[in-house]
Each structure stands twice: as structure tokens, then as C-alpha cells.
Ligand binder design. Structure first.
Ligand code: BGP
Length: 469
């Protein structure tokens, strides 16, 4: 058996990339509603060219979508709750009942099919009002507002939701302070002091959410979520090895704090050398001791790094800094390097470091799909490239399991096509299900099963035995 009997197979989405209905039923604006082109903040009002305002109309079609997930045999479905549906500005006294009711329905729909909900509490969708009023996570007051929001969710869904994630890709704030941290100060002007103080606030907020979850839901499992920036040295030059070690710490720092309950030893040097003097209260230190139950992460690709910035060819990735191409890796249409073994490596590195259960909550191939008509008149996408990508990555997951790594599950990113995060376009598709909507926002929104739909269904039905080595 390649995978444990209870392995949680499934898929993942995020509210801001699929729901649409950006101003329905009392929802407030989120930072995503003003990001029509991806990361860059151009205006602070919603504009018609923002595909996320309509999304894939999941808000009105989630029943059909979850039925399709159930047809594939999903055991788990990861989705996020839009904070601004529950607290439109983040600061209301009472939560928005219509927002809570929507997620009641989503959760009930999952449970109807025996699908375990896995809820991301904050997936790049802080209420815009908190960005404008407080400069987002740069302000300590966000901690209490987030914990209040968590309490509302835990009290409402505690009988139905066992798996929770506090912040999506929490370490991405280093690269994208607005999208990840709702910090309006442009990245170029943001001091390391303010950035790391904001990071500290998020880490404390996450720990307090863990504490509260354990109090209110003793059966629950609550985890952190890390963007796995997997890096190899460009050459065996020891300078490159040390460079990789330093860059990895941009990622590990976040998991180290959330898993071990305190800042790692190397943080001291990072802070000293960057003139960072954090305001860490005694209460913060106590709060940080509430550590997560599992470590979840996204993995799409790996990169190389060199101590010499003139060496190697840059990858151009906007989620990482100064990374280089690996001559041994293939590249996706969007320039993301493809490295299935990197997933085995990443799983082992996390497990060696933490000995906590791991959850792969994002992985997949963003590609330009073509809908074609078959002989019987029905439509599909022949996405053999996606099948290959996932097959190869899942084989490496099974290798990691053989290595002894405890892997709770795997949720394929964008199991239904949705608006991309980094480029806010529709044509970068990840799904097993095609959605008829183009980059100009035109299309019927109709859903079609791709070839990978039946392929994944079979992988789940055979618990991974159908994968090809
Ligand atoms: C992660 C995000 C997701 C997602 C994915 C793919 O960083 O957590 O929200 O979209 O990346 O990225 P993209 O949509 O840019 O291809």
C-alpha cells in the first residue's frame, strides 16, 4: 500500500478566487476586491476588470461544485472563509448572519457526502477596511480582531469542522506585504522593522487562535500553512550552501515559531543585522507557546540560489526573491519549475525538523487548457500534462511516506478552475473541472469534466495504487 488507509484525498479553493458575489448578503470589501491584476495595488476601489468580483460564481453554484467533488470521491475539501462576509469591516460588534449561513450550507453540503471540511480562516482576504484604517497587520489591534473572528467561526462550526488552518502561506508576507498582510505601505518603503512587527502580530494571532481552538474544540486539529520555498544551491560552492541556509530561514522562521512556540536562535542575528527591535510582550511569549497540531504547506516548484547575484538565470518568480533556474527542471507555461522529487525532499525536511503530521494543502499545474468537443458531442479537456504532473508528484509523496513521513492528506490546488492568485486571470487553470469563463470575464460559467477528473477519481478509489512509477 502506497498510502495509509485514512489518507485524506481532496482539493482546495479560496473564497476570493472562486466565490464572486463580492458585495452580496452584507459582505464587505476584502483586499482582493481591489487587486484586479494580481499582487500590485493600483486603486483602492473595486474595478470592473477584477475577475474576482464574479469569481466562478461559486457563491451560487457551490452545491453543483461540491457534488462534482463528491463524485471524484473527495475525502476532504479545503476552502477558506471570507473574513469580510462574517465581519464586513472587521470591527462590527455582531457577525453578519447571512455570511455565517452561507458557510453553514457549504459545510453541510460537504458533510452530506462524507467530505471532511478543512477551513482556512484567512486566505489573503483581510477586510479592506482594516488595511485602510490600521495598515493591516502592521497594527497590533489586528490580533484581537482576528481572534474575535476565529471565536465566531469556532463557536458556529465546532461540531462540524475538525481541521483548521490559521493563515494561508503566512511567510508570503515577506514577498507580498499587501496581499498577505493587508499592509498598504508599498513594499519598497516598508522597513524591516515594520515588516517583522507585522509578522510578529500574525504569529501571535495564529497562536491565540490555536489556544482558542483547543479550548473550544478539543477534538479539532489546527495547523499552520507555509508556502514551501524549496531551494537548492546553484553550485557546490560553500558560499551557495550558506546562501541557501539563509534564504530557507525566511520560510522556516514562520513554521519554527508556530511549531516550537518561540523564535528560533537564528532570529536574533536576523533582527540584529537588520536593525529590528520587536515589541514582544510577556503575554505574547506566553501566547506563542500554543503550538499547532500539524504543518500544512503548498508546494508547486523548487528553485536554486547563488551567493553571487550575477550567476545563474533568474526565475522571475514574484513570490520569492533572487532565485535561479535549475538546469535539471522543466518549466510550466507560467515559468514555474517542475520538480516532483522536490516534494519528497520538502516533506522529509519538514518532518525531520518538526515530527508533526504534515498536510499538502496545495499542489498542481497551472496551464492553458483547451475545451474540445468529443465524438458524442460532449466537451472535455485532454489535460494529460496535468495528469503527468500530479502522478509524478503523488509518487514522490508515496516515497516520502515510505521514508517514514506522516502525511495526513493531499488537497489538489484549484480542484475546479478559479481566478489565479498571482495574475488574477482565468486562463491559468488548475482544475479537474473546467469553468467556461475567459480572461475578459466572458463565458457561461458552465462546468465540464476534464480528463483528469476521471483520473483523480481513480487515484482516490484505488488509494493511490493506480499511480504509475
Ligand atoms: C498559492 C495561493 C493560492 C493559489 C496558488 C497558485 O500561492 O495560496 O491562492 O492561487 O498559489 O498560484 P496562482 O494562482 O498564482 O497560479
Amino acid at each position: 500500500m502506497r498510502f495509509p488507509e485514512k489518507f485524506l484525498w481532496g482539493g482546495a479553493t479560496a473564497a476570493n478566487q472562486c466565490e464572486g458575489a463580492y458585495n452580496e448578503d452584507g459582505k464587505g470589501l476584502s483586499i482582493q476586491d481591489v487587486l484586479p491584476k494580481g499582487f500590485k495595488l493600483i486603486t483602492d476601489e473595486p474595478t470592473a476588470d477584477n475577475l474576482k468580483l464574479k469569481g466562478i460564481d461559486y457563491y451560487h453554484r457551490f452545491k453543483e461544485d461540491i457534488r462534482l467533488f463528491a463524485e471524484m470521491g473527495f475525502k476532504v475539501y479545503r476552502f477558506s472563509i471570507a473574513w469580510s462576509r462574517i465581519y464586513p469591516t472587521g470591527e462590527e460588534e455582531q457577525p453578519n448572519e447571512a455570511g455565517l449561513r452561507f458557510y453553514d450550507e457549504v459545510i453541510d453540503e460537504c458533510l452530506k457526502y462524507g467530505i471532511e471540511p478543512l477551513v482556512t480562516i484567512s486566505h489573503y482576504e483581510t477586510p479592506l477596511a482594516l488595511a485602510k484604517k490600521y495598515n493591516g497587520w502592521a497594527d497590533r489591534r489586528l490580533i484581537d480582531l482576528y481572534v474575535k473572528y476565529c471565536r465566531t467561526l469556532f463557536e458556529r462550526y465546532k461540531k462540524k469542522v475538525k481541521y483548521w488552518i490559521t493563515f494561508n502561506e503566512i511567510n508570503s508576507i515577506i514577498h507580498q506585504p499587501f496581499m498577505s498582510g493587508a499592509i498598504l505601505t508599498p513594499k519598497e518603503q516598508l522597513t524591516q522593522q515594520d515588516l517583522y512587527q507585522a509578522i510578529h502580530h500574525e504569529l501571535v494571532a495564529s497562536a491565540r487562535a490555536v489556544k482558542l481552538a483547543h479550548e473550544l474544540m478539543p477534538q479539532a486539529m489546527i495547523g499552520c500553512m507555509i508556502l514551501a520555498v524549496t531551494i537548492y544551491p546553484l553550485t557546490p560552492n560553500p558560499d551557495d550552501i550558506i546562501e541557501v541556509m539563509k534564504l530557507e530561514r525566511n520560510t522556516y522562521l514562520f513554521a519554527d515559531v508556530q511549531v516550537r512556540g518561540e523564535y528560533p536562535a537564528y532570529a536574533k542575528r536576523i533582527f540584529e543585522e537588520n536593525d529590528i527591535h520587536l515589541n514582544i510582550t510577556n503575554q505574547d511569549k506566553e501566547d506563542l507557546k500554543n503550538v499547532v497540531d500539524f504543518v500544512s504547506f503548498s508546494y508547486y516548484s523548487s528553485n536554486c540560489a547563488s551567493a553571487d547575484p550575477t550567476k545563474g538565470e533568474p526565475t522571475g518568480s514574484n513570490m520569492t526573491t533572487n532565485l535561479k533556474r535549475n538546469p535539471y527542471s522543466k518549466v510550466s507555461e507560467w515559468g514555474w519549475q517542475i520538480d516532483p522529487q522536490g516534494l519528497r525532499y520538502t516533506l522529509n525536511r519538514f518532518y525531520d525538523r518538526y515530527q508533526k503530521p504534515l498536510f499538502i494543502v496545495e499542489n498542481g499545474l497551472g496551464a492553458n487548457d483547451e475545451l474540445i468537443m468529443q465524438a458524442d458531442g460532449s466537451y472535455t479537456v485532454e489535460d494529460d500534462y496535468r495528469i503527468q504532473y500530479m502522478n509524478d508528484h503523488l509518487i514522490q509523496v508515496s516515497e516520502a511516506i515510505k521514508d517514514g513521513v506522516d502525511v495526513l492528506g493531499y488537497t489538489a490546488w484549484g480542484c475546479i478552475d478559479l481566478v489565479s492568485c498571482s495574475t488574477a486571470e482565468m486562463k491559468k487553470r488548475y482544475g479537474f473541472i473546467y469553468v467556461d469563463l475567459d480572461n475578459d470575464g466572458i463565458g457561461s460559467m458552465q462546468r465540464y469534466k476534464k480528463k483528469s477528473f476521471d483520473w483523480y477519481k481513480n487515484v482516490i478509489a484505488t488509494n493511490g495504487e493506480s499511480l504509475i512509477e
